[in-house]
Design a protein around this ligand. Structure first.
Ligand code: EZ4
Ligand code: CO
Length: 404
């Protein structure tokens, strides 16, 4: 079998998605997600200008060899643009291999290790009463676990709140400039324990509650927050510090038993080396789409498993249904699955990317369609062309740029 065609499809059915489509001489097709939120066209160029010309004529069964040649052959290793591009090729090849075998991808990864995949959804509110309503809405949708983010007194626009409407649906910033959010770490550290206290008081001790600090704290601030949240037994505290400084997590770890989740912006196993070998975290959060595909993410999970660290694949709405499908197959197969973030997509997005995976009673299943189980409606995709969009930036009250 040979690859005879490779093309990059950009579509914006409400937000931008980048998809690689490979076709073989036997008529099999494979899809891979290469969406890098806010920097989409950089990956389009990487693929179209530098990778697509290398793909025609390749044997699509050579998944590992193709991955190694794209990673090592570029010389310039790592980084989100490179690894998103490689991920798209890797997932498209796995899709073809599984279709050729007539099996859903999870069967090629060792088969099902569980019946279904537990998820968490996002609840948010500008204040605590609004957040409680949002938690109620997620529970009504069936989510078994909920991430809670709240507005902070004195701040106008906060991560996880200002970029969503009351129903939790993302509001897009399709404009020429990023939205500017504001930040005050002291106000945040004072408020978050009260948020957890209110949610626990309303929903009791059993509901798993997660929270995302989105890379904003210093190690000592993160340690303080981890300690303050301990009485409320959070499921995890996510991205408490900008963890590319892996040593920073040592102080946090020594100071608190609040579980730690890290890694949605990481793109290779090297970003995790100290975090895993020193057991500084509890969950690895990388997405198939941003980590170079199924091939390296499976290796990361196997590495993490030796240290009792679990998977928690990043699943925001900016991972396309193609990337989500690949994640769900991996979630079903790996033994050390932890939890899957799942925001879902708009009905129009689900129409552009018809998928076999299902979301029932708060749980995902990849379905039994051969491959990853996603079909791209290219005509509908073309009817919704790329629209420039940015992620927000974050500034302190004196105007200083802070981590977003
Ligand atoms: O801000 O995917 O846990 N989820 C997150 C996400 C990220 C977006 C960035 O594109 O932190 O909402
Ligand atoms: Co996050």
């Amino acid at each position: 079998m040979k690859i005879v065609d490779a093309k990059v499809v950009v579509t914006s059915p409400g937000r931008n998605f980048v998809t690689l489509k490979l076709t073989t001489d036997e008529g099999l097709t494979g899809l891979g997600d290469a969406t890098l939120n806010g920097r989409e066209l950089a990956v389009v160029s990487y693929l179209a200008d530098h990778v697509v010309p290398l793909l025609t004529g390749l044997d699509p069964h050579r998944v590992e060899d193709t991955w190694q040649s794209l990673y090592r052959g570029a010389y310039w290793r790592r980084g989100p643009v490179t690894m998103a591009a490689i991920a798209a090729v890797d997932v498209a090849l796995w899709d073809i291999k599984a279709k050729a075998a007539g099996l859903p991808l999870y069967q090629l990864l060792g088969g099902a290790s569980r019946e279904r995949i537990g998820t968490y959804g996002h609840a948010n509110g500008r204040d605590i009463p609004e957040l409680l309503d949002s938690v109620r809405a997620r529970l009504a949708e069936g989510y078994p676990a909920v991430r809670i983010q709240s507005g902070i007194p004195g701040l106008k626009a906060v991560y996880g709140v200002s970029d969503t409407d009351e129903s939790g649906a993302p509001v897009l910033h399709q404009q020429a400039r990023p939205l500017v959010e504001d930040w005050d770490t002291a106000a945040y550290l004072r408020h978050v324990p009260a948020v957890f206290e209110a949610v626990r008081a309303e929903f009791g001790p059993e509901l798993p509650l997660l929270h995302d600090s989105h890379h904003r704290l210093t190690p000592v601030q993160a340690a303080r927050l981890g300690k303050d949240l301990e009485p409320f037994r959070p499921f995890w505290l996510e991205d408490c510090t900008p963890a590319e400084n892996q040593e920073a997590l040592r102080l946090v770890r020594r100071s608190t038993t609040t579980p730690l989740a890290v890694g949605e912006v990481f793109n290779t196993v090297y970003d995790y080396q100290a975090l895993i070998t020193e057991q500084l975290i509890d969950y690895v959060r990388s997405a198939v789409t941003h980590f170079g595909g199924v091939t390296p993410l499976r290796k990361l999970f196997d590495f993490a498993a030796q240290y009792q660290i679990k998977s928690a694949i990043h699943g925001p709405e900016d991972i396309s249904p193609v990337g989500m499908a690949a994640a769900v197959h991996l979630d079903l197969a790996v033994h050390n699955f932890g939890i899957q973030e799942f925001s879902g997509h708009t009905p129009l997005t689900d129409e552009v990317f018809r998928h076999a995976y299902t979301f029932t009673d708060g749980h995902l299943h990849p379905g039994e369609a051969p491959g990853i189980g996603v079909e791209l409606d290219e005509e509908l995709a073309a009817a919704h062309p790329y629209a420039p969009a940015y992620l927000p930036v974050n500034r302190l009250h004196d105007g200083t740029v802070h981590d977003w």
